[in-house]
Design a protein around this ligand. Structure first.
Ligand code: GRG
Length: 313
């Protein structure tokens, strides 16, 4: 079996940041905050966060904050709950949460809760369990969960549970591994995992492993490295990760590396990108691959970062 070419992935991430005129950079411009979270978390998992200028990242990040308290995907764009979580996660990586006006950021997030407990992503009102997770994760990092109605938030998530044990984006919507991560993660953070039928959901999740070792996100779909994160983190949170073949999944992820130029793709021989590089490395972290820091399956941040947040006032 191949090895993780960690140094090449580090170089790939550092280069991706410099290539501002590339096609990839241009199409990702509006979600740069997300890209920054993926790249920086990968660097931290590989113990190379010190290779980037913290001051440069943090001062750019603060230019993305809107007067409402929320963050945009880049300077001059509109705020969204997704980029707000990424900004908070990046500051957590650098141990810089204290530069935020926490009251303002947490109010922006709390105001997005609706009467039925669900969350909208921004002022335009789209509702999705992704946003429930994001709000809960973000407010938990900021230690402001008391600003929302947690009971109603949990009730809404539970209303998105399906007969197969999985969760969808709204009540009655199809189970999908990405949404399952969001719902299980939110329930884990709020201490509400008793709402999950662990055996039923564990069975659905472990059926996501295909013959080649990779995981898909729902029945009849292709394997994709990103599900190494969405599926595995969920299996870990419900204590059923031993139901999949870990060695085969490690091989699948390693086979998706660009061994020459670094980066990880969705499937072997496809083009690499920063999203799949993050989810590949994060998946290997969940699989306890040597030399990769341990990541927390609910907060999607290295465990040492999460411990620092939880154990400081
Ligand atoms: C902090 C890790 C972290 C996440 C923040 C944004 C978010 C919260 C969660 C997204 C969860 C989600 C819905 C992930 C799925 C992403 C994905 C690859 C969707 C592709 O869907 P399809 O239908 O692909 O195009 P399939 O694989 O079903 O064919």
């Amino acid at each position: 079996m191949g090895q993780l070419v960690a140094d090449k992935h580090v170089r790939y991430i550092l280069m991706a940041e410099k290539k501002k005129e590339s096609f990839e950079s241009v199409v990702m411009d509006h979600l740069r905050m997300n890209g920054a979270y993926w790249g920086l978390t990968t660097l931290d998992l590989l113990d190379k966060l010190g290779c980037v200028s913290e001051d440069e990242v943090v001062s750019w990040l603060m230019t993305c904050q809107h007067e409402s308290g929320g963050f945009a995907g880049n300077t001059g764009h509109d705020p969204h709950i997704l980029y707000t979580l990424s900004a908070v996660q990046i500051l957590a990586l650098f141990d810089k949460i204290n530069i935020l006006d926490i009251g303002k950021v947490s109010s922006y997030v709390a105001k997005l809760q609706n009467e039925d407990g669900s969350f909208s992503g921004d002022m335009w009102g789209e509702i999705d369990t992704r946003f429930s997770y994001i709000a809960i994760c973000c407010l938990s990092i900021l230690k402001c969960l008391d600003k929302i109605n947690v009971e109603k938030a949990v009730e809404y998530i539970v209303s998105c549970k399906n007969l197969d044990g999985g969760f969808g984006c709204t009540p009655g919507a199809e189970s999908h591994a990405g949404q399952i991560f969001c719902c299980v993660g939110a329930l884990a953070i709020t201490g509400s995992l008793h709402h999950v039928d662990k055996d039923l959901l564990g069975w659905w999740l472990c059926e996501r492993q295909l013959k080649g070792g990779g995981l898909n996100g729902r029945p009849e779909k292709l394997a994709d490295v990103c599900y190494s994160w969405w599926v595995l983190s969920s299996l870990i949170m419900i204590d059923r990760v031993h139901w999949i073949d870990k060695a085969k999944l490690v091989k699948f992820i390693l086979d998706c590396q660009d061994l020459e130029n670094g980066g990880i793709s969705d499937r072997p021989d496809d083009a690499v990108d920063i999203f799949h590089t993050y989810f590949g490395v994060a998946g290997l972290s969940l699989l306890e691959y040597p030399g990769v820091k341990v990541i927390d399956p609910a907060y999607a941040l290295p465990v040492d970062v999460v411990n620092r947040i939880i154990f400081t006032k």
